[in-house]
Structure formats: structure tokens, C-alpha cells
Design a protein around this ligand. Structure first.
Ligand code: DLL
Length: 433
């Protein structure tokens, strides 16, 4: 089913709608948000200079630091009396970015979520357990209202309290799980420990997002939970979840709601615009938001985009699964390494669990690169030689993919910390050690 016929607009029609909305947004931020007036004036561009969609490149980028510098409400484009909800991004350092929604924005948001969940296959017959945090994080509340709008029965479980999650799934007949992929994996593990076979539950579908995850992790979740696992993407600065999501042809990319957000791909080093089909940093401009419009926001997320038609009938462009973040890229002994590469390798090795931790330290001038990997229950043994073989296998497979060899530290089953939200897998102490 298709939620909104706007998802199937002819591309020329879509481009016309985008231009009209872009022009309105640029004018509005220029008049109402001093930051944008100053930054547009600095490069000498006026709202009336935006005559075509390509003219978007005349506008300056907005970065996370720009948003932080205006903490908490400095970039809102409407008076506070019109803001009915705030959320904040999950910053691990310093102040978060605060985002505000008017009541129309909340309506738009629910509609966008309704698109995402409908295209993943949720219907009014589903019982959907939302195991994402409810609070300043946009995940829980964001998914919640859109699922209600789509007519599903929503169980607002929030994240954590994992044994109870499993009890709810059993007793309430949950058919769809909404969470981060790492939390879904932990739920599967706890269920198995409780003697509940997740495949014996009513669960049929998973909607996972909020963090990067590999195709290997998708297969693992599908087989352990007995579900179809789909990906959805979003970020607080743009609206929260609801920016893009997979349709039923899930190896085909995530449909971007382009009638609300204009995507671009740029070179993360130079800022130069690249074509959709080149891998680079994703940039978004919101074109319907009232409370907190954002112009050319640099997401730091790396992907590429296709406009090829999709078998589902939607005409919106699709982005590939995010391969990592520009700022997640580790430079280890001069070599670029993405945590997702480590995950892909580990997912292919028998005898290890999909839990790992990358630790980086300085030893003199050298980078010390360690990957801690959890051995699975059935492969765990007292026999030193067997563990040594496993260690060697992991080291050589990682070496061949990454071109540099980490030290492997095998750890006992269940020892790496489990995540109920976004997993933290990289510990880089090089600046402080
Ligand atoms: O994570 C919004 C969200 C909630 C999306 C629930 C999907 C489901 P933030 O906390 O602001 O917002 O974090 C945004 O998370 O820039 C990406 O780096 C990452 N991210 C989000 N979804 C995905 C995904 C929410 N599907 C940041 N794949 C983004 C990879 C993702 N990374």
C-alpha cells in the first residue's frame, strides 16, 4: 500500500513542487532567522537568486556546530508561542541540538512516519512494539504518532527492561518490533536465554534505524527473530525518523521523502557537489518545516542516491544504506577504517557473536588497534589451540579487508556491554593517551 500519492509524483512535477517550497523556505529563513540572513549576506546571496533547483548550491552549508552555537532556541523561525514540542539530538559531548516543532510540523512528521511504516509493510492489523527511547530522543515519540496515524495498535514500551519487552511480545501478540538493530539483537539474545524461541512469537517484521548496521546484521536479525528486517533513517536536525525508509523491495535502498527534504551528495573533504550516483556526504534542506527549517545541513552520513524507478511504484529517489559517518572514519596507521567494515567481516565468521569493540590507543608514535570479539557459547572452549585458531582466522580476514591487522582479543560470551539504544563500539583514546 502507498500512504500518500505524493510518493508517486512524476519527477518533473516533484521538481516543480521542490523549487516552489525551496523558494518559500529560503525567503522565510532569511526574514525570520538572523543566522541565515547573516550567512546568506556573507556570500552575497538573496532569496530571489534561487531561480532553479540547481541554485541551491549558492546557499551556504549549515553544520552541527552552527546549530550548537545557537543553543537552545536561536534558529527557530517562529515565535515560541507557536512551538508545541521540542526534542534534542543525542550529543555525547557538549550541549545537544534542540529542535522545535509547530503543531503543523507534528502533523507533517506523523504523515512522514506513516509513509515509512506503510512502505515497510505495517498495516492497521499490526500490533507494534516501540522499543525506542521516549524522551528528548526523536525515536520513540516520532514513530509512535505516525504508527497511530497508520492505524496500527501501538505498544509504547520504550527502550530497556528487556525481559518485560519479551513478556509484552508474548502476551500482547506483537507483530512488529521497532528499535535500533543493536537492541533487537539483544532482545533476541535475552529471549533465547529465557527459553523463549523468538520465532515462536507472532513477530513478523522489524523496523530498525537510528544507527548504522550491515547487511550481515540484517541476515542475523532475520534468522534469529524469524522476521523481515527493514531499515529506516532520519536525524533530529531534519525532523527525526521519517526522512527515508525501505519499501518491500528492501535490497533497493531507502525512499527519501523528497517533497519535504531536498537531498544532495557532496564531497566530505572539499564540500564540492557530487552527482547523486557518487558516494559522498548526504546534505539535506527541509522545505516544509515551520518551526526549525534547516538549509543544506551537512549530515556527515555517507551514502549515494539513485533516481531509478522502484518496483513498488514510488518515484522518490532512494539512498543506499548508510555505510558510515564521515566522522566515524578512523584513521589507523594512516589507513581509513570504518567500523562497518569490521562488522561485515565478523558477521561472516562462525563461532563469534555480533558483539565487538574497537579500542585505539597510542603506543609511542604508533597506533595500537585492538578488536575485542565475543566468542559464541558453542565455540567457547578451554582448549587454547582452538581459540588461537579462531583468533588467527579473525585477524587474517580483517587484515585482508582493512589492509592493516588489528590485535584480536577474544572475550567470553556475554561480556561485551549490550545496548538498549545506539550501540557504542569505538573507544578512541589516542588523543588522551
Ligand atoms: O536517530 C532518528 C531516528 C530514530 C532514525 C529512530 C531512525 C529511527 P539522531 O539521534 O539525531 O536521530 O541521530 C541521527 O543517526 O545522522 C545517522 O548517523 C544515524 N542514523 C539514523 N538512522 C540511521 C540508519 C535519530 N538507518 C544520526 N542507518 C544520523 C545508519 C542512521 N545510521
Amino acid at each position: 500500500m502507498i500512504w500518500d500519492k505524493a510518493e508517486c509524483m512524476k519527477r518533473e512535477e516533484l521538481k516543480r513542487v521542490q523549487l516552489e517550497r525551496l523558494q518559500q523556505t529560503v525567503k522565510r529563513v532569511y526574514e525570520n532567522v538572523p543566522f541565515y540572513k547573516e550567512s546568506f549576506d556573507r556570500v552575497g546571496v538573496k532569496p530571489e537568486d534561487i531561480k532553479s533547483l540547481e541554485d541551491i548550491e549558492k546557499l551556504p552549508f549549515t553544520t552541527k556546530n552552527d546549530l550548537r552555537d545557537h543553543y537552545p532556541y536561536g534558529l527557530f523561525a517562529v515565535p515560541m508561542k507557536d512551538i508545541v514540542r521540542v526534542h534534542a539530538s543525542s550529543g555525547t559531548t557538549g550541549k545537544p541540538v534542540v529542535v522545535g516543532y509547530t503543531s503543523k510540523d507534528l502533523d507533517t512528521w506523523s504523515d512522514l512516519i506513516a509513509r515509512v511504516v506503510t512502505q515497510a509493510g505495517v498495516t492497521a492489523d499490526d500490533v507494534v512494539q516501540v522499543a525506542l527511547g521516549y524522551g528528548l530522543f526523536t525515536g520513540g515519540f516520532g514513530l509512535h504518532y505516525g504508527l497511530e496515524k497508520a492505524g496500527a495498535t501501538v505498544v509504547p514500551a520504550s527502550s530497556g527492561n528487556t525481559e518485560k519487552q519479551i513478556m509484552l511480545m508474548k502476551d500482547f501478540g506483537t507483530t512488529v518490533l521497532v528499535s535500533t538493530p543493536s537492541y533487537a539483537l539483544y532482545i533476541a539474545e535475552v529471549a533465547e536465554k529465557m527459553g523463549v524461541d523468538p520465532k515462536s512469537l507472532n513477530l513478523r517484521l522489524g523496523l530498525f534505524g537510528a544507527e548504522p548496521w550491515t547487511e550481515g546484521m540484517r541476515r542475523e536479525l532475520e534468522s534469529r527473530l524469524g522476521i523481515k528486517a527493514t531499515d529506516n533513517y532520519g536525524l533530529s536536525e531534519i525532523i527525526g525518523p521519517g526522512v527515508a525508509g525501505e519499501c518491500f523491495h528492501s535490497d533497493n535502498g531507502l525512499h527519501i521523502s523528497e517533497d519535504h527534504f531536498i537531498p544532495e551528495i557532496i564531497d566530505p573533504e572539499t564540500g564540492e557537489s557530487l552527482g547523486f550516483d557518487q558516494q559522498g556526504e548526504l546534505v539535506f534542506t527541509t522545505i516544509t518545516k515551520e518551526g526549525f527549517p534547516v538549509i543544506r545541513f551537512r549530515t556527515k552520513d555517507l551514502t549515494k542516491i539513485t533516481e531509478d524507478p522502484c518496483a513498488c511504484g514510488r518515484t522518490t529517489a532512494r539512498m543506499e544504506k548508510i555505510s558510515g559517518r564521515a566522522d566515524d572514519m578512523l584513521i589507523i596507521r594512516g589507513v581509513n577504517v570504518f567500523p562497518s567494515q569490521v562488522e561485515s567481516v565478523l558477521m561472516e565468521i562462525n563461532g563469534v557473536e555480533p558483539y565487538y569493540q574497537i579500542t585505539l590507543k597510542k603506543k609511542g608514535y604508533l597506533d595500537d588497534f585492538e578488536v575485542a570479539v565475543e566468542v559464541s557459547e558453542d565455540r567457547f572452549t578451554d582448549k587454547f589451540s582452538e581459540l588461537e585458531n579462531l583468533e588467527r582466522e579473525i585477524a587474517s580476514k580483517l587484515q585482508s579487508v582493512l589492509t592493516i591487522g588489528p590485535r584480536i582479543r577474544l572475550v567470553e560470551p556475554g561480556t561485551i556491554e549490550r545496548s538498549t539504544g545506539k550501540a557504542k563500539r569505538v573507544f578512541d583514546y589516542r588523543k588522551t593517551s
